[in-house]
Design a protein around this ligand. Structure first.
Ligand SMILES: NC(=O)c1ccc[n+]([C@@H]2O[C@H](COP(=O)([O-])OP(=O)(O)OC[C@H]3O[C@@H](n4cnc5c(N)ncnc54)[C@H](O)[C@@H]3O)[C@@H](O)[C@H]2O)c1
Length: 371
């Protein structure tokens, strides 16, 4: 039986936007879904122009997201879900309205800016019986899934120490003041909520949570703004204590000159330690107490069932960012179709990220509990 192609409506991701285009590539990779509608930009004119550029049908190219939700609800063939890829401050309202209108919601991180809004979305998704997925795309890398499986099957032994770092250099100058599109809203505390902590700290927090399965019990954060004139944080060191006794830290920075997307995860158990780096995603390093040093490659039999299941190409042919994004979407689409056992980063994962940022911003070096 042929599967119905799921229909999506995108909010944000118009002309000149960054991540919306990545979402569209990932969505189309497996032919499971299509973006058929959109309210793609912050002004009606640009929204309509962006829809034309993408080749959306004229009657499904909307001036704003409210018009899209109203009109799609009345169609005989409505969209199944909205994909929200707007700046952070413009996530909550459309997400809540879409859930209340009966649509599934797919949203990029940070899910929202305020912890109270995170709670509201948790309640709304439950009440509506709809999926809210947060595109924590790094969880889609095959070897990230391998790392998770190695930990679940006890290969590392009880976990003692977890380190995630995400270092970038693109905001080493006050790019926001030069009007660069992506930097402009990221440098505005009202539009972004937080700086590096929200932008990349949420990825680090989620990666730890996803791979190790550990729950952060409390944190103590030193949060800095190192570039003169910037109004949000651009550097932070967050010490972590996990339930069960493990310790660790997250280091995030956007002022590390020369760094690109230096996301790395290191996890040490009693018997072994592993390292995965986003810029070399097709290798996972596993070192054991007895001195064995292994490099597990993506697609190899050593990459375990979870890793193989997320792989499209034979080992040695590089896979990367888009494919990992598509793997996250694969789980989301399976959940939307009601498939049993479908896994995707859900509203609770999104809420955990929002609470992590709020706790780190409030810490000022002191230990604060994370609920
Ligand atoms: N998962 C990732 O790796 C990743 C990477 C980059 C960005 N993001 C997240 O994606 C979101 C967008 O980031 P970006 O870098 O693509 O930003 P961007 O500035 O490149 O694009 C934002 C788009 O949203 C549109 N927009 C703004 N307000 C709108 C509204 N009310 N209605 C409709 N459209 C509106 C803008 O016109 C623009 O087209 C952010 O939340 C960001 O944190 C995630």
């Amino acid at each position: 039986m042929t599967r119905r192609v799921l229909q999506l409506g995108m909010i944000g991701g118009g002309s000149g936007a960054f991540i919306g285009a990545v979402h569209r590539l990932a969505i189309q990779l497996d032919g499971e879904a299509r973006v058929v509608a959109g309210a793609l930009s912050s002004t009606p004119e640009r929204a309509l122009e962006s829809g034309r550029e993408l080749g959306l049908a004229a009657d499904r190219t909307y001036p704003d997201w409210r018009a899209m939700l109203t009109s799609e609800r009345q169609r005989p063939d409505p969209i199944d879900a909205v994909v929200i890829v707007t700046p952070n401050h413009a996530h909550f309202e459309p997400a809540l309205a879409a859930l209340n209108a009966g649509f599934h919601v797919i949203i990029d991180k940070p899910m929202v800016v305020e912890p109270a809004h995170a709670s509201a979305l948790q309640e709304a998704a439950t009440r509506a019986g709809r999926i809210l997925a947060v595109t924590y795309n790094y969880t889609g890398y095959p070897l990230v899934r391998t790392a998770r499986e190695l930990i679940r099957t006890g290969e590392l032994g009880p976990i003692r120490k977890v380190i995630a770092e995400y270092h970038q250099g693109w905001l080493a100058t006050n790019l926001a003041s030069e009007g660069q599109k992506q930097a402009a809203w990221r440098g505005d505390p009202v539009l972004a909520g937080a700086g590096a902590l929200g932008d990349i700290g949420t990825h680090a927090e989620n990666l730890i949570r996803y791979v190790s399965g550990l729950h952060i019990e409390s944190l103590a954060a030193d949060v800095h703004t190192l570039v003169h004139g910037r109004r949000v944080d651009d550097d932070a060191l967050v010490r972590l204590r996990f339930a069960g006794g493990a310790v660790g830290h997250i280091s995030v920075s956007q002022v590390c000159v020369g760094e690109e997307n230096g996301l790395a995860l290191r996890i040490y158990g009693e018997n072994a330690g592993l390292t995965w780096r986003q810029e070399h995603p097709n290798e996972l390093h596993l070192n054991t107490l007895s001195g064995d040093r292994r490099i597990i490659t993506r697609g190899s039999t050593a990459s375990q069932a979870q890793g193989l299941g997320a792989t499209r190409l034979p080992p040695g042919h590089p896979e990367g960012f888009i494919e990992a994004f598509a793997n996250v979407y694969r789980g989301v689409f399976a959940a939307m179709r009601g498939e049993r056992g479908a896994e995707y980063p859900d509203v609770n994962a999104g809420a955990a990220g929002v609470r992590f940022v709020a706790a780190a911003l409030s810490s000022r070096g002191a230990w604060v509990p994370l609920r």
